[in-house]
Design a protein around this ligand. Structure first.
Ligand SMILES: [Fe+2]
Ligand SMILES: [Fe+2]
Length: 380
């Protein structure tokens, strides 16, 4: 059953059971209703390794699909129907016609892996020219491995790739806030409260990137959901461990991932500008970027220029949406870099000063109107 945003969850046993039943149905549908044939059609596998992997997978499917049907006919598994999304497309009517047209346009979107790598090299060269050292091998090797795996799994499937990226993109912020919560609960480190606020706002931002990709069908394949959720779990615990041992390395890893996201979105925008301008902005994007409550959107803008500029992205079409997502990722890079360099504290003070100035200019805050509090200085 589809859950509403803001609903209080059931107990863990109910949640786990419901999830298992739902995903088992989705797994069976993926085997029985041509999901992998559609993926293969999209990916057009080339190269010996790619074709070998697909041949093995298809041989496996040719055994599984009839087995599932047999078990269903014997009453051991429930009877399967195509998913509601598929039904909406095969049923005739004005709404399904529009869905079909938009789906055709979405299917035509492209992302060149080679061009993304060229951007990656360009960025590294520019950093070296500025005298910045390369990331340490501890984070660089896993990062590059992840990029190669993404290229392999999501070739010619940009929306699914972005959905996967956004699923794992939230994990650093979950990991940082988890550790900061723990340090506060132990009474070790309460100075992280401001950081928690920013990381929460960043996570909420990544959540909306994810919801946008879902509204475009990025999570429609069972196999992608399976891979993304398991990768996210591994990534979360990897970052929790790294943050506890070496916060700098943990922020550095996130900086690399945010840079990768910026590069891929920039390339995607360049390759598909006219197609994206012909597609509507999803409702979830309009609500998030142009809604009445932009408190959390403003909260993750930490660089001076972003605070001064007070970003308010336009939402006229899908090009605007992806431009806003790309700009968010750029903001995340700046924040991760200042967290890594331990200069975030200065940015936060400046952010506060600029906001107070804006409030004073609007007549909301009076100059010098501060509440005096007494504090105990425990530092030695
Ligand atoms: Fe994102
Ligand atoms: Fe991001």
């Amino acid at each position: 059953m589809m859950r509403e945003q803001g609903e209080v969850p059931q107990g863990v046993a109910t949640l786990a059971t419901e999830n298992f039943q739902r995903e088992l149905r989705a797994l069976r549908r993926s085997v029985r209703f041509q999901e992998y044939a559609q993926i293969e059609e999209q990916m057009k596998p080339s190269g010996v390794l790619n074709r070998f992997v697909w041949a093995v997978g298809n041989a496996f499917l040719s055994v599984l699909a009839p087995l599932d049907k047999k078990l269903e006919d014997q009453g051991l598994l429930e009877r399967l129907r195509p998913s509601k999304q598929v039904e909406a497309i095969i049923t005739d009517g004005p709404a399904s016609k529009l869905i079909r047209e938009n789906q055709t346009k979405l299917d035509a979107l492209t992302l060149s892996n080679e061009a993304c790598w060229a951007r990656e090299h360009q960025r590294r060269d520019a950093y070296r020219a500025e005298g910045r050292s390369d990331a340490s091998p501890v984070v660089l090797i896993p990062y590059l491995s992840v990029c190669v795996i993404l290229d392999f799994l999501f070739s010619n499937r940009p929306i699914q790739r972005f959905w996967m990226l956004e699923t794992v993109a939230r994990m650093p912020y979950f990991a940082y806030t988890s550790c900061l919560h723990l340090y506060e609960s132990f009474g070790w480190w309460r100075a992280g409260a401001e950081l928690r606020k920013i990381h929460n706002a960043e996570e909420y931002n990544e959540l909306h990137h994810l919801l946008i990709m879902e509204s475009l069908g990025g999570d429609k394949n069972w196999v992608d959901r399976f891979l993304a959720h398991h990768a996210a779990l591994v990534y979360y615990w990897f970052l929790v461990f790294l943050y506890m041992v070496n916060p700098r390395a943990s922020y550095e890893f996130s900086e690399l991932v945010e840079e990768h996201a910026t590069d891929t979105y920039s390339q995607f925008l360049e390759e598909n500008a006219s197609r994206l301008k012909g597609l509507p902005a999803p409702r979830v994007a309009v609500d998030y970027y142009s809604g009445a409550d932009l408190y959390l959107f403003d909260a993750f803008q930490t660089s001076e220029e972003s605070v001064l500029e007070q970003r308010r992205p336009e939402m006229n079409n899908l090009y605007d949406v992806f431009s806003a997502v790309r700009d968010d990722e750029e903001e995340h890079i700046k924040t991760m870099k200042s967290c890594k360099d331990r200069t975030i504290q200065g940015h936060l003070k400046e952010q506060k000063r600029l906001r107070e100035k804006q409030l004073q200019a609007q007549g909301i805050l009076q100059v010098g109107a501060n509440v005096v509090t007494s504090t105990t200085d425990l530092s030695e």
